[in-house]
Ligand binder design. Structure first.
Ligand code: NDP
Ligand code: 2IT
Length: 449
């Protein structure tokens, strides 16, 4: 295993996030490889960590003043053993090939856990939509799709949203695909309802994560009722996580963005959440404005040089990181444990560093890893694809019921797979093992391709 890992690092030494994601999975699946010696001869680890295809392209576009900009576009088609590539697009200045490869790698196991027929992929660009007009975003999306359309298709590769890609961007991307290919198909998910979207898709990642957390708590005969919750982020996942936590009787006291966080000791309620949704989705403003609107809340600017994020030091019962990768480091994790948190459930992808994860596992925190806990988003994307193929729409209750069943099943699968290897209660090991075994078996069935 060590040799395989060092050759992965040597091949692409700068891809730190990708190495982090690979190392975590490799550690978890070691007992599976020990039990299956033929996996070594078949080089399954080397095969599953090498993308089937990597696409990188230039995206030139004009701003409103006529200035030309050049960004880089990516699509990593990681694994198609169990279905067409599926995974979101991220538009954020921090995007690199390493970030997209780690996300695509995580997506393979996550999609496998959903039980739906979806392989793993991810894409995006270092384009920064912040402060850009609708016209600028539209022109960027059109030029991005001018290239991406050659590589995707409703039975080949089906992108969706992620950070910086919401319904506005999906609309512009879909419009350009349709114009270039002259076909109206379910090539993207997260579409608006009037033209092929699914009910509950916007809510699904946040709702699904909270359903997963409720399942974890139920194991200890607990519920979210009356529990104080720290939530980070204030985008799509955070917003609907808050909505579901409130519905289940929990108390949410924080939200954040990349500049800082708000602490509202009184707790959010439906009206405050509606304000946040309008602020972030319509006005595209900053979370600091929340403290202006609700003066009893405080806004804390977060210094990126600080060795911890004070958001994670507030007294609470549960923590839901819903912003970005590596937002909880070892010190933050220790702060969470010290301030009484007994459940950490990840809405974001890989929000906890390896040091933080170790703190959670050592302290027997109920720890729900992102690839299991946030799988509700891509699961409902899978349901959107099913509805598009049938050319019909399921009602809200039906999609929500299916989402709840899928999250319950993923929770159970994690526990069962962990127990099979003597790792009772370790959701991280369970998620990695279950996701891995299904994909590897499919790869072996299909031969060397
Ligand atoms: P949004 O773009 O809607 O929101 C992202 C939020 O995270 C914003 O509040 C943003 O703040 C904050 N954020 C982004 N980058 C950073 C950073 N570098 N440091 C601190 N905060 C940051 O994205 P989503 O809500 O869709 O995604 C959030 C997370 O959930 C991501 O990790 C994503 O991969 C994951 N996820 C999303 C799914 C989905 O269906 N959308 C499905 C599964 C996982 P700011 O406004 O300042 O940028
Ligand atoms: O990380 C993720 O699972 C997503 N951004 C959603 C992917 C999808 O295809 O819906």
């Amino acid at each position: 295993m060590e040799t395989i890992f060092s050759s992965i690092v040597q091949r692409d030494p700068q891809e730190k996030e990708f190495h982090q994601a690979v190392q975590e999975v490799m550690q978890s699946v070691r007992p599976v490889l020990d039990r299956n010696p033929e996996f070594r001869r078949q080089a399954v680890m080397e095969r599953i960590t090498e993308p089937e295809r990597v696409i990188m392209f230039r995206v030139p576009w004009n701003d409103d003043q006529g200035q030309v900009h050049v960004n880089r576009g990516f699509r990593v088609e990681m694994n198609s053993a169990i279905g067409p590539y599926k995974g979101g697009l991220r538009f954020h200045p921090s995007v690199t090939l390493s970030i997209i490869k780690f996300l695509a790698f995580e997506q393979v196991f996550k999609n496998s856990l959903t039980t739906l027929s979806m392989g793993g992929g991810k894409g995006g660009s270092d384009f920064n939509p912040k402060g850009r007009s609708d016209g600028e975003v539209m022109r960027f999306c059109q030029n991005f799709m001018a290239e991406l359309q050659r590589h995707i298709g409703s039975n080949t590769d089906i992108p969706a949203g992620d950070i910086g890609v919401g319904s506005r961007e999906i609309g512009y991307l879909f419009g350009m695909y349709k114009k270039l290919r002259n076909e109206f198909t379910g090539v993207l998910t997260g579409k608006s309802l009037d033209w092929g979207g699914s009910l509950i898709r916007p809510e699904s990642t946040g709702y699904g994560m909270v359903y997963f957390a409720a399942e974890m708590l139920a194991i200890r005969e607990q519920t979210l009722e009356g529990r104080t919750c720290l939530v980070s982020g204030s985008g799509n996942v955070a917003q609907f996580a808050v909505e579901k936590i409130l519905e289940l009787g929990g108390r949410v006291v924080t939200l954040s963005d990349s500049s800082g966080y708000v602490f509202d000791e009184e707790g959010l309620d439906r009206d405050k959440l509606a304000y946040v949704m309008h602020l972030k989705n319509i006005r595209r403003g900053r979370i600091r404005e929340y403290a202006g609107k609700y003066p009893r809340a405080v806004y804390v600017e977060v210094d990126p040089e600080l060795d911890h994020n004070p958001l994670w030091a507030h007294h609470a019962d549960c923590a839901f990181p819903c912003a970005t990768q590596n937002e909880i480091n070892e010190k933050d994790a220790q702060n969470l444990v010290n301030s009484g948190v007994s459940l950490v459930c990840e809405g974001a992808n890989m929000p906890s560093t390896p040091g933080a994860v170790k703190v959670f596992l050592d302290n027997r925190i109920l720890y729900g890893p992102g690839k299991a806990a946030n799988a509700g988003g891509v699961a409902v994307s899978g349901l959107e694809m099913a509805q598009n193929s049938m050319r019909l729409h399921w009602p809200r209750e039906e999609v929500d019921q299916r989402l709840q069943q899928i999250m319950k099943r993923i929770h159970r699968t994690c526990l069962n797979s962990a127990a099979e290897y003597g790792l009772e209660g370790n959701y991280l090991a369970g998620a990695n093992i279950a996701g891995f075994v299904k994909v590897v078996n499919a790869m072996l069935d299909q031969g060397l391709v």
